[in-house]
Design a protein. Sequence first.
Length: 200
Amino acid sequence: MRLKANGLETVSSQALSGAAGVKPTQLRKDLTYFGQFGTRGLGYDVNQLTDMISEVLGTNNLQPVVLVGVGNLGKALISYRGFEREGFEIVSAFDADPKVADGTLRQGIPVRSMDALQSIVADHQVKMAILCVPAEAAQSTANVLIETGVTGILNFAPMVLHAPDGVTVNNVNLAIELENLSYFIQDHAPDEVSPGNVEA
């Protein structure tokens, strides 16, 4: 949690609600579902809050994750150190290309062939995967992941995956996110002022 990393010992519901984008009353109400803590006028103890959230999210210990598809995006995600700060560890990466999946380490993470997927998922009790394969390979790769026991997939392939009940797929489409951003900056852009309309 950033608060802890910044050395803060307490935080107010006002500050938390601002970061979360909700009203302070709603935030306080939501937090009471997880127990009674926090002191009126002083706020919440950051260490206690961090421990509680980690327990609720199941991130007390690093959760193992596999990454499939070590192209440009996969390499970038392997290099990203933020996963560990949030309680997740990429234990292995996989690729269908034998030239890529040669067992060498990238950022300390082994890159293996798809043949090793089942044993790694079983050995590390992996339930989550990051999918960075081309669209045409996404569904078949997701099917393989699901067959090995993975129940959560973060999908970067530009297509909607079909998954059975009990398997959660979160789609991350960077192009759509840019389209959304483009819409909002156009929609909220100030009207252009022509030189003839400028008041002296």
